[in-house]
Design a protein around this ligand. Structure first.
Ligand SMILES: Nc1ncnc2c1ncn2[C@@H]1O[C@H](COP(=O)(O)OP(=O)(O)O)[C@@H](O)[C@H]1O
Ligand SMILES: [Mg+2]
Length: 254
């Protein structure tokens, strides 16, 4: 199993957007995917992949059956057996359960994606500890830059306590298409000066992502040749290849 943790201490940076699209693209590429939703307030990953209902005061999630070519199952953890599907969703992972959830789900799938709340939290630290790769989406603004520095420091500190290097990449998120404003150049320079590694491919600001949050139709299904879809495929390939290199390097050093 490989674990990708998408972390960041700010809401709205595009964590859930990245998680849900990477999940779909890994699954379409033939990987078995697990999603751990550890955002207990804005459960956007769960809401995208499953329908929520109430049964006797308890929230029940049912996996969607209308995603083209992909099956979705929800592992509600009342059973210790992880269901079989292209995408398995584990909703409502809290700080007490997240480690076990990642571990058990990871044994049943190829890639686990962890979606987190936009704040520094115990759950975030646990998910970083488990990660083969941490992705930190950052919007091109100074506030976001500061919080991404802080998240990167948490990754480095977690690595020190785990006595290993935990690889991470900053993902420039919601970048402008077309003319690149000065502020984006400033952010890229600041990341370079701070030696914070970033993905070459940014996630662009596209209305297709916003539309998907209403329609639950991911850009690659809505318009496979559209800008958002092309962008996501490039992000996906870079994430997949980066992860493969990391896993290979760890094997070689073992
Ligand atoms: N690249 C993007 N282009 C346009 N809208 C985006 C993009 N990324 C995120 N959004 C929108 O911004 C909002 C917050 O994104 P989300 O992924 O939920 O952030 P987070 O999980 O970091 O809080 C959502 O409404 C989403 O549709
Ligand atoms: Mg989110």
């Amino acid at each position: 199993m490989s674990v990708i943790t998408v972390a960041g201490q700010k809401g709205g940076s595009g964590k859930s957007t990245l998680v849900r699209n990477l999940a779909i693209l890994f699954a379409l590429d033939g990987y078995k995917v697990g999603i751990v939703d550890a955002d207990l307030i804005q459960q956007h990953s769960s809401e995208f992949f499953a329908d929520r209902s109430r049964e006797g005061g308890r929230e029940v999630w049912t996996g969607r059956d209308d995603i083209p070519g992909l099956t979705v199952a929800v592992w509600d953890r009342s059973s210790s057996i992880v269901p079989q599907a292209a995408i398995v969703l584990a909703p409502q992972a809290d700080q007490d359960s997240i480690g076990d959830v990642i571990q058990t789900l990871g044994e049943a799938v190829d890639v686990v994606l962890c979606d987190l709340q936009g704040s520094a939290s115990v759950a975030m630290i646990h998910a970083i500890h488990y990660a083969d790769l941490v992705l930190i989406p950052v919007q091109p603004s100074n506030d976001d830059l500061k919080s991404c520095h802080s998240t990167a420091r948490h990754v480095v500190q977690a690595g020190k306590s785990a006595r290993r290097t935990i690889p991470f990449r900053i993902v420039i998120s919601r970048a402008s298409t077309g003319f690149r404003p000065e502020v984006e150049r400033v952010i890229e320079e600041a990341l370079e000066n701070a030696k914070l590694p970033k993905l070459k491919t940014p996630v662009f600001e596209r209305t297709a992502f916003k539309r998907a949050s209403f329609s639950r139709i991911a850009p690659m299904f809505e318009d496979p040749k559209g800008g958002a879809s092309v962008n996501l495929n490039a992000v996906y390939r870079e994430v997949r290849d980066t992860l493969a290199q990391i896993v290979e390097a760890v094997k070689e050093s073992a």
